[in-house]
Write a protein that binds this ligand. Structure first.
Ligand SMILES: C[S@@+](CC[C@H](N)C(=O)[O-])C[C@H]1O[C@@H](n2cnc3c(N)ncnc32)[C@H](O)[C@@H]1O
Length: 281
């Protein structure tokens, strides 16, 4: 079978099963199997595929048919300026989270060396992206999931940051290390009703531990806000990613815990997504 034939077969199969982006996904799967760039595939559509590669192609295509996200099938996702390895133990890095990086960098002058904590690091995409931009800083990244910590460690190594980030598999509730200049967190924040409404791609494949913020979606946001009061230095910053309907309630919790609000920022779709606050005393 030649590339052109298998591409047509793949696109038709995904289209028939109402999978979004059938052309792109089929081309990316073929590109993974042949270890060739997408452009190379499209310029060589008469190339022949080996039988063992046809079997592999069919397996990957079936995973996509089962709504597995492309980031898990391919094993990576681009975030900010870098490539991050991804598997089912970690949330797939989202473009919406890039606002957290943008805002954090504003509070980290290039020449300063600050002590940073990333709570719920997942793939490590936030902490790695920040340390790549601010190499004088040092960071600790924690996650309750051991498998996620392993992925984050691999990503730190991939970006030559294994000596700059200390990864710890621990629940934020049990963490006791103080004097941070800045804490960043994208905690699980989806409530139980919205959880049921998520697309199958997310609901069936991404880790529940990374999605569910308890009954009202605020369980982990509250935990991080309250615990950060202890972990931050006076005047330290807490930078949170929030769900787009959680701004008012989060501001309330932050005020009630004595934080000053520096800024609320919107994501790429114009939704409230990031709160920067300061621990006052
Ligand atoms: C929404 S994901 C964010 C992952 C990554 N930071 C990102 O932005 O793509 C939340 C992460 O928090 C972790 N987590 C959930 N509860 C936690 C807890 N109590 N303590 C530490 N980490 C926790 C999950 O395992 C998950 O990796």
């Amino acid at each position: 079978m030649i590339y052109n034939e298998i591409l047509k077969k793949g696109v038709n199969f995904l289209k028939k099963n109402k999978i979004e982006n059938p052309y792109l996904d089929t081309e990316l799967i073929l590109s993974k199997i042949t270890n060739k760039k997408r452009e190379e595939i499209l310029l060589n559509t008469n190339n022949k595929l080996k039988n063992k590669d046809i079997t592999k192609f069919n397996k990957y295509l079936f995973r996509r048919y089962e709504k597995e996200p492309m980031a898990y099938i391919l094993g990576y996702k681009y975030f900010w300026k870098h490539k991050f390895l991804t598997n089912k133990s970690v949330l797939i890095p989202r473009p919406d989270t890039e606002i957290v990086i943008e805002e954090t960098l504003k509070y980290l002058p290039k020449e300063n060396s600050k002590k940073i904590l990333d709570v719920g690091t997942g793939s490590g995409c936030i902490v790695v992206s920040i340390l790549k931009e601010r190499p004088k800083c040092n960071a600790t990244a924690i996650d309750i999931s051991k498998n996620a910590i392993n992925v984050a460690k691999t990503n730190a190594k991939l970006h030559q940051l294994e000596n700059k980030i200390n990864f710890i598999n621990i629940d934020i509730d049990k963490y006791k290390s103080y004097n941070y200049d800045l804490i960043i967190s994208n905690p699980p924040y989806i409530n139980c009703i919205d959880l049921n409404r998520l697309d199958d791609d997310i609901k069936l494949h991404e880790p529940m531990l990374a999605l569910s913020g308890g009954f009202d979606g605020f369980r982990d946001l509250k935990k991080v806000i309250i615990k950060s009061k202890k972990l931050l230095k006076i005047n330290g910053k807490l930078i949170l990613e929030i769900g787009h309907r959680q701004k008012n309630q989060c501001l309330k919790i932050l005020y009630a815990n004595g934080y000053y609000i520096n800024q609320v920022s919107k994501d790429l779709s114009g939704k409230d997504r990031c709160i920067v606050s300061t621990k006052l005393q």
